[in-house]
Design a protein around this ligand. Structure first.
Ligand code: ADP
Ligand code: MG
Length: 251
């Protein structure tokens, strides 16, 4: 058994934040965040703009370094692990897609596979085409991102993340930049991914998605988790004034 495996404590959680704290300069933006996501669960994070939702996701794959607390994957503290390997295990989908504009759709998926997973060109191409087929974009493999709709770009970004075969997928307002008529297709893809058993943490303003797809919902405000519960508990029986106020503004 490797040293790392022997020191990791078995965990019921695929990913877990324990006492997570984050400051930018002297400003504390996350205070004592404790969230655990079980394998196969979809957890939605909701809350007002500026409440710290993106920072929580970014700490999960170390796009931000936590200032305090621990991030665990399968019970293992990831603070000492290689960032590339961590990002392979924890995929992320962004509001603005983050595709390479000067590369083809196919290369947007193939190049990270070659770099991070050290795959041969042939294997990476085969895998990339399969993931593109999954999101209905196999025939656009040679296109440039600029020629795609926002919804298609986001599906490419999801295919790219899935090609890494991550243990957890993070979505940061994946539909917020899309024209309204394109939102549905991306939400349908995220729903089928959740139903397929992927472990997902989804920051979203789509309350319908949170209510119907989430196993649990986390409500954040001003850098703290204010409430956490099932969709029924959060949406039908909010316990705090802050959550009731938020829901009255978004529903
Ligand atoms: P949300 O995603 O809920 O809108 P964020 O996590 O983006 O919130 O931001 C939480 C707080 O942290 C905000 O006050 C924001 O201005 C601040 N913040 C986020 N990123 C940075 C950064 N790189 N430097 C300084 N402040 C930041
Ligand atoms: Mg955000």
């Amino acid at each position: 058994m490797s040293e790392r495996a022997s020191t990791a404590v078995p965990s019921e959680f695929a990913i877990e934040l324990i006492g997570l704290q984050k400051s930018f300069g002297h400003v504390e933006v996350l205070t004592d965040i404790n969230v655990g996501v079980r394998p196969g669960e979809t957890v939605c994070i909701i809350g007002p703009s500026g409440s710290g939702k993106s920072t929580v996701l970014r700490c999960m794959n170390r796009l931000e370094e936590p200032s305090g607390g621990v991030v665990k994957l399968k019970g293992e503290d990831v603070s000492g692990s290689n960032v590339d390997q961590l990002r392979r295990r924890v995929g992320m989908v962004f509001q603005h897609f983050n595709l390479f504009p000067h590369k083809s759709v196919l290369d947007n998926i193939v190049l990270p596979l070659r770099q991070v997973r050290r795959m041969s060109k042939a294997d990476a191409t085969e895998l990339a085409l399969a993931r593109l087929a999954d999101v209905g974009l196999r025939e656009r493999a040679d296109a440039r991102p600029a020629s795609l709709s926002g919804g298609q770009k986001q599906r490419v970004a999801i295919a790219r993340a899935l090609a890494m075969e991550p243990e957890v997928m993070l979505f940061d307002e994946a539909t917020s930049a899309l024209d309204p008529e394109l939102v549905k297709g991306v939400l349908a893809l995220m729903t089928s991914l959740a139903e397929s058993g992927m472990t997902m943490v989804v920051v979203t303003h789509e309350m319908g998605f949170a209510r119907t797809v989430a196993d649990r919902v986390v409500f954040m405000d001003k850098g703290v988790v204010v409430e956490e519960g099932t969709p029924e508990e959060i949406f039908d029986r909010p316990q705090t004034h802050r959550l009731r106020t938020f829901l009255s503004q978004v529903l």
